[in-house]
Ligand binder design. Sequence first.
Ligand SMILES: Nc1nc2c(ncn2[C@@H]2O[C@H](COP(=O)(O)OP(=O)(O)OP(=O)(O)O)[C@@H](O)[C@H]2O)c(=O)[nH]1
Ligand SMILES: [Mg+2]
Length: 357
Amino acid sequence: MQMLLGACLDAGARIAHPGEFTRRAYLEGRLDLAQAEAVADLIDAASREAARSALRSLAGEFSTAVDTLSAQLTELRALTEAVLDFPQEEVDELHLEEARARLARVRASLDEVLAKSQRGSLLRSGIHVVFAGRPNVGKSSLLNKLAGEERAIVTPVAGTTRDALREAIQIDGVPIIVVDTAGLRESPDEVERIGVERAWREVARADIVLAVLEAHAEVGPDEHEMLARLPEEGVRILVYNKVDLAPGVPAGRRPSASNEVWVSAKTGAGLEDLRRMLLEASGWSGDGQSTFLARERHLRALALARRHLEEAALQLERWEFFAEELRLAHSALTEITGAFTPDDLLGEIFARFCIGK
Ligand SMILES: Nc1nc2c(ncn2[C@@H]2O[C@H](COP(=O)(O)OP(=O)(O)OP(=O)(O)O)[C@@H](O)[C@H]2O)c(=O)[nH]1
Ligand SMILES: [Mg+2]
């Protein structure tokens, strides 16, 4: 192969640049920029759902959503420009009302696209799920169960886990990173103390915290103190483990308690419910329709557009300012599909492709 390649190169051929073919398709107008990026995302997809989501973007679903937003904005801008063009006429209540109504609609649509994109971006990085709890409640056992292998050391000794241990798993094709941490308690042991500090750091950056308690034991002051220290924001699920030791307590979730579940790492009871809750808490509805595999670049552009629309809402009666905010929001959106994208950004995007794609 090397010799053949060498002969071709000697005869005047050259090696393709990374992403060159996709770039050409983009420059020829066959794909928009978001679709071109979806080619790379499909190649890199690490899970079934990420691949599906990338395929939908490649088919243009994300671009269509952005274009629809863009079209709504264009109409609103046309209305605004008309008002600006005829300043001598009194701007009547009617215009104002219409602008207000249209702006509200664009903002609602944008929020929806942004929410879908934020959910989808979790598919790229994996949803961070962190086990937290007092020593010996069974955090490591639960991680092993979810991972399907004996990854973490489990012993009856309180304070077994010291370091944070992360495991990439998939639930229904959705990538999830589960993190086991040291049991939370005051300890004279320096190694354990560092472990506990790390555990709190992991908790702080979690998308979902699984606060593990014991089903057969009282929730005492130590547990309450731990629960009170968990961050307010983010999702929290209370997991009552060792339900096998609590006679008469059924495993699984209760209709009355949406963020609590009773499980046993030993028997596996209730774990299916826990898996479902993780998917739900991550916003994964299961049909995959509710997400866009957005990139950081897209999220930033959407968030920027959103800020300008917020600002526009405050400027509603000062038409020049209103028009300017709309223009800025619009240009943020068009960067996503690449209608107006600076060359250096294109270079950066296509450089990350593999050669020959
Ligand atoms: N009966 C029963 N025992 C369990 C269950 N889950 C864990 N255990 C036992 O509880 C003990 C502690 O389990 P670990 O998984 O090491 O607990 P941990 O929370 O990781 O503990 P630290 O790492 O010390 O914070 C072990 O002896 C496990 O076998 C369960 O569901 N039922
Ligand atoms: Mg442990």
